[in-house]
Design a protein around this ligand. Structure first.
Ligand code: DSN
Length: 472
């Protein structure tokens, strides 16, 4: 018996992407070229594997599976149950965790939802939270607010008081944190950051949390790959809950995980699971969970340890190169995957360097540095080496990248003179449509970046000769 030919109205279901939607295919092709011909320095990004992308783009996207393995609301989940259990097992194995002590929920859609679900599981609305302030390297979801506005759910639904880094060194001011915790009496202490180039003292943080009867939550999103590879201190030794995204140094698809410690409170597992679903989310994205499973298998492989060590070595090499030009880096360097470069001493803003770099196909982001009064006009840029290391770059390549960044600063000086003002709009006009020296220098930098970047492989694309530049 042959399978019937699809009805006309269903023929679209069998077409390839190129056949069904050339417009979207073209956008993906252009983005592939952008990733190949440029340098990806955004510290929260990485380049995931071909196998991860295949799992992420699989037929698992079709299935609803609210609930947990063995206890779903819909039928047909026998294979999804297998997948979720496998992902949980690999997540614990990747961080060398004893399943009797730690459990994990692998369903969060990403880091922000993982954090909000973790808050929901641990504390009550309007309870007090302390996290590293955003201008000091913390994340939006750790309680960020401004004088005029509560910015994220973490400050809308909870009372927040940030802690800070020391103005002179850029290191976390643990003593001031202790003093303020004594006054504020948080129910939850959050550690982990988005732009903090140093490791964390989890033991000390645990002591401070304990002294207030507070939970200690680590959002290790940025450094989770380095933690898995034992390149950094281990938050699992002290924290009650650990959250992470899966797409930064962990190098998976875009998703989140919540690890919870089972030996301190008997109901924590039920609280975290109920906070993810139904409190904060609906059905898990099973295609993404499959991608996470694949990425975690790669993290467990010994080769990942080499990758993680190289990420750090590259960050240090790049910091050294920038230091050789006498630029000011927060904390004078790095011990993880990222560098926070303070541009204020050379009279520049993060927006200007970000713009020049973007035009030259170097992708990085403007970032607040400690002491900035506005997150909208930040005084620094954040640089990470996770993605470049995935493109098989080493320390010697960081010398070249550092030189490109130095050229961007020199170009900024030329453009500021041409613009005749310090205003960003005048600067951008000269950088994008000017006919002066600055614009020419950007074009030269872009050509050099392309020549350099296209010498390296692009993860997920086994044959880079098929990558084509956009038509215009
Ligand atoms: N955008 C990511 C970061 O830069 O840290 C996480 O929100």
């Amino acid at each position: 018996m042959s399978i019937p030919v699809p009805q006309d109205f269903n023929k679209v279901l069998y077409q390839t992407l190129a056949e069904a939607d050339p417009e979207v295919q073209q956008i993906i092709d252009n983005e592939t070229y952008r990733q190949f011909s440029g340098l990806e320095l955004i510290a929260s990004e990485n380049l995931t594997s071909l196998a991860t992308m295949q799992a992420n783009g699989s037929i698992l996207t079709n299935k609803y599976s609210e609930g947990l393995p063995g206890a779903r609301y819909y039928g047909g989940n026998e294979y999804v149950d297998q997948l979720e259990r496998l992902t949980q097992k690999r997540a614990l194995e990747a961080f060398d965790l004893d399943p009797n002590v730690w459990g994990v929920n692998v369903q969060p859609y990403s880091g922000s939802t993982a954090n909000f679900a973790a808050f929901t599981a641990l504390i009550q609305p309007q309870d007090r939270v302390m996290g590293l302030g955003l201008p000091d390297g913390g994340h939006l979801t750790h309680g960020y607010y401004t004088a005029k506005k509560k910015i994220t759910a973490s400050s809308i639904y909870f009372q927040s008081l940030p802690y800070q880094v020391k103005k002179d060194t850029g290191y976390i001011d643990y003593e001031l944190l202790r003093t303020n915790a004594n006054l504020f009496k948080p129910r939850l202490l959050v550690c982990g950051g988005s732009a903090y180039p140093r490791d964390w003292d989890y033991k000390l943080l645990y002591e401070i949390a304990q002294s207030q009867g507070a939970y200690l939550l680590c959002d290790m999103a940025h450094v989770s790959g380095l933690v898995a590879a034992k390149e950094l201190n281990n938050p699992f030794e002290y924290c009650d809950v650990v959250t992470t995204t899966t797409h930064k140094t962990l190098r998976g698809p875009r998703a989140g995980l919540i690890f919870f410690r089972k030996d301190r409170e008997s109901d924590i597992e039920a609280r975290v699971n109920a906070a993810v679903f139904p409190a904060c989310q609906g059905g898990p994205h099973n295609n993404t969970i499959a991608g996470v499973a694949v990425a975690l298998k790669q993290v467990i492989d010994p080769a990942f340890k080499q990758y993680a060590a190289q990420v750090r070595a590259n960050a240090q090499a790049l910091a050294k190169k920038l230091g050789s030009y006498n630029y000011h880096l927060q904390t004078e360097g790095t011990e993880n995957h990222l560098i926070l470069w303070d541009l204020r001493p050379i009279g520049l803003t993060g927006s200007k360097i970000e713009k020049i770099c973007e035009l030259a196909h170097i992708t990085l982001n403007k970032n607040a540095v400690s002491g900035d009064t506005s997150a909208v006009v930040p005084g620094g840029i954040r640089i990470g080496t996770g993605a470049l290391t995935s493109r098989s770059m080493y320390e010697k390549d960081m010398e070249v990248v550092g030189e490109f960044l130095h050229r961007a600063v020199e170009i900024a000086g030329v453009l500021q003179k041409e613009a005749g003002s310090k205003l960003l709009k005048d600067f951008v006009a000269k950088a994008t449509t000017g006919d002066g020296e600055g614009r020419k220098l950007i074009e030269q930098l872009k050509a050099d970046v392309k020549d350099f970047a296209t010498k390296f492989p692009l993860p997920g694309v086994p044959d880079t000769s098929v990558i084509k530049a956009p038509a215009n």
